[in-house]
Write a protein that binds this ligand. Structure first.
Ligand code: SAH
Length: 360
């Protein structure tokens, strides 16, 4: 179980069974676990003293031995145009992570971070610029959803969060155990009650992690950040490709599709003059031929430090048309966050540098 510096156990990352066992240690019967979960996940209450249907004695021992505290909102950016909300959340050790709320037709989709910083050093990404700090705990993964849900309640926008996407800062497959425990808790009907088909894990291509995830047999959507269809360019853009080159990666993807029955989403960032030529589109179509997959084209969010530029709308359209002409299922990602530092890691980076604050 996860403990904070004061040796208090974090209950928000606990599965129903773990919570029941912990409450058992405090002398409470198992059904109390569901009551505590309702306070956390339905009423977004993180203060044990306010959990009024628990006996006073239990509330007191919980307050002494445990914490449920949601991370604090350090900064918030809202896009007036698209409704996207980006939150910077403070963790107990002084670190900060980002999560993004994206509106969709029937509620919200939340994009959470899996690590503080990132070890991968992809050349186009802001998260890797400051290196890797640590993995997030299950409680910190769930804390992002709970803090965001509370934020929405307070803003009068408390529609349901119906999708969870692990596509924020960090590489989720390098923190798979906590990410899986988090998604299982998100799936629990006493937790967030979200179906696995409404969950996505995005990876830069950590091949052993893909096999481990496939072994769970859950219909979680796997998104693979491809960004190039040949090894030399991909290794330049994403150093992890040197460890797990494309043939290994595609073999793992094929296995994942067979094992889970779900299709894979390939993310392809479009960088002007780097990977957006017609021959790049042809190579991509050839690479994924015969795979049950969808291609998501992402006009890159500019990160000033990288010097890379996004493709023009005409270049994006040309790329998309070539893929569609080759029979690929392909869409262009909606630009929901560009004007609010929504490129991975940008808000945290600006915050750490002591940059601007407040709402946009
Ligand atoms: N490590 C995982 C998840 C985090 S990155 C992965 O690589 O998939 C989430 C997504 O944001 C990835 O597809 C990543 O390539 C993309 N991304 C990173 N920098 C970006 C930028 N500047 N503009 C648009 N997308 C970016």
């Amino acid at each position: 179980m996860e403990q904070d510096e004061g040796q208090r156990v974090d209950v928000k990352g606990m599965s129903r069974q773990e919570l029941a066992a912990f409450l058992g240690q405090l002398g409470a019967p198992p059904y109390r676990a569901v009551q505590v979960m309702h306070w956390l996940y339905r009423r977004r209450c993180d203060d044990f003293q306010s959990m009024t249907d628990l006996p006073l004695e239990l509330r007191q021992s919980l307050a002494q031995r445990a914490t449920a505290e949601f991370p604090r909102v350090l900064e918030c950016q809202r896009s007036q145009r698209t409704g996207t909300v980006k939150l910077l959340l403070g963790l107990t050790d002084g670190e900060a992570v980002e999560c993004v709320l994206l509106p969709y037709q029937y509620g919200w989709s939340i994009c959470v971070s899996s690590q503080v910083g990132c070890a991968l050093g992809c050349t186009f990404c802001a998260s890797g610029l400051g290196g890797w700090k640590r993995n997030l705990t299950t409680g910190e993964l769930m804390g992002q959803v709970l803090a965001a849900a509370r934020y929405l309640d307070e803003a009068g926008r408390g529609e349901r969060i119906g999708h969870v996407v692990v596509m924020g800062m960090g590489e989720p497959l390098f923190n798979l155990e906590s990410v899986l425990a988090f998604l299982q808790l998100a799936h629990d009907e006493e937790g967030l009650g979200i179906g696995y088909r409404h969950m996505t894990i995005s990876t830069a291509g950590v091949v052993p992690g893909i096999y481990r995830l496939a072994a769970e047999g859950l219909p979680i959507t796997l998104a693979v950040s491809l960004h190039a269809a040949n090894d030399s360019l991909r290794s330049q853009l994403m150093p992890i490709n040197r460890r797990f080159p494309l043939d290994q990666l595609l073999r793992a993807c094929r296995f994942y599709i067979e094992k889970t029955g779900s299709r894979i989403t390939f993310e392809y960032l479009l960088l002007h003059g780097v990977n957006d030529r017609p021959e790049d589109a042809e190579a991509l179509a050839t690479l994924v031929r015969g795979l049950k997959c969808h291609i998501n084209l992402i006009p890159a969010n500019p990160v000033p430090e990288t010097g890379l530029r996004r493709s023009s709308p005409a270049e994006v359209r040309r790329f998309q048309n070539i893929l569609a002409g080759r029979g690929c299922s392909v869409t262009v990602r909606r630009q929901l966050g560009a004007e609010i530092d929504a490129a991975c890691g940008q808000l945290r980076r600006r915050f750490l540098a002591g940059g601007g604050e407040g709402e946009k």
